[in-house]
Design a protein around this ligand. Structure first.
Ligand code: NDP
Length: 305
């Protein structure tokens, strides 16, 4: 029987995960098909229930469902408990198990971004959704002593801080209102800026003005594209990284959870590069143009956005 693995999100059109995971199944002779399920929040519960069938190996979960899926699981594994967000589902018989492989993906990306430099101790995180929860958990457990979370809707950032409460008791984890002057003041005290909002996903926009970004920052954008934020940061002289490596490593960890075998990282990386070159959109961050309006127009044409 050909097994099924699905990506549940809204939207999921032309996901890069499909190219990456299908290439991995094919290269390792795992008889499985990776499918995209575009499901609005109202259909989430029924979609998750369907995964209990024997034909399913498991699933990925993406924007905007990562937090909503967690209470629908029968069991949560460590990182999913810690973050309250699930990006990968496996099956134990009819029972569904929630994991969070974004955490390992984020840690790998952060290590590469920092490189030979000393790991910073303070970070500013923009966004408070499922992706931000993996980031904040990675920072808390990675020895950071000060993490400030800004979110458009402050109450969501406050809920995130409350969620981490005890695990962040040894350090300063705070939610702050989204005002440029406050963000600027906090950036002056930090070395790491992480964008975990989806700003830049559908349009060539940045979450914050380029003038707020100073040269000594390390900037990681979870979106899988050379976003306006990253271009502004490069212009300011920062070291920057997009979400590609995080996507690859969360995907590799998910592959191993479903199949029990090592992920063929090279195959997955090539499939990602190929899909990206083809202008394929990712549910984890799509190309949103390079600043040239013609690029934006062609991206929109390619994605039907
Ligand atoms: P969620 O839907 O859970 O959260 C979206 C976040 O973006 C919220 O903080 C939301 O703020 C914010 N946001 C959306 N629109 C705006 C706006 N116009 N202005 C300011 N803030 C805005 O999504 P996820 O957390 O799952 O994903 C967030 C991003 O990270 C996505 O682009 C996703 O593709 C990417 N990602 C990439 C990964 C990778 O492997 N590279 C892994 C995980 C995520 P509010 O709460 O106020 O609505």
């Amino acid at each position: 029987m050909t097994r099924r693995v699905v990506l549940i999100g809204h939207p999921v059109a032309h996901s890069l995960s499909a190219a990456m995971q299908q290439a991995a199944f094919d290269a390792t002779s795992v008889d499985a098909r990776y499918e995209l399920w575009d499901r609005a929040p109202i259909a989430l519960h029924d979609s998750v229930e369907e995964l209990r069938g024997d034909e399913f190996l498991g699933a990925n979960v993406t924007i905007p469902h990562k937090e909503r899926v967690a209470p629908l699981m029968d069991r949560l594994i460590e990182e999913a408990v810690a973050t309250g967000a699930v990006n990968t589902i496996t099956r134990e018989g009819k029972r569904l198990v929630g994991h969070n492989t974004d955490v390992i993906g984020f840690r790998t990306a952060l290590d590469h971004l920092v490189g030979q430099q000393k790991m910073p101790k303070a970070a500013v995180v923009l966004g408070a959704g499922g992706g931000a929860r993996a980031v904040v958990h990675g920072l808390i457990t990675g020895g950071f002593s000060r993490v400030i979370v800004f979110n458009r809707h402050l109450h969501r950032a406050e809920a995130l801080v409350r969620h981490f409460g005890r695990s962040a008791a040894h350090m300063e984890l705070r939610a702050m209102p989204w005002h440029e002057s406050i963000i600027e003041a906090e950036l002056a005290k930090t070395r790491l800026l992480v964008n975990a909002t989806s700003v830049g996903l559908d349009a060539d926009e940045a979450p914050i003005a380029g003038e707020l970004i100073t040269a000594d920052l390390l900037v990681l954008d979870l979106l899988y594209a050379r976003t306006r934020l990253l271009r502004d940061a490069e212009k300011a002289g920062c070291t920057v990284m997009d979400g590609e490596l995080m996507l690859l490593h969360q995907g590799a960890a998910a592959f191993t959870l479903w199949t029990g075998i090592d992920a063929p990282l090279d195959v997955m990386a090539s499939a990602l590069a190929e899909a990206r070159a083809g202008g394929v959109r990712s549910a984890e961050g799509e190309p949103a143009g390079e600043g040239d309006p013609a690029d934006v127009a062609s991206t929109e044409a390619a994605t039907g956005a």
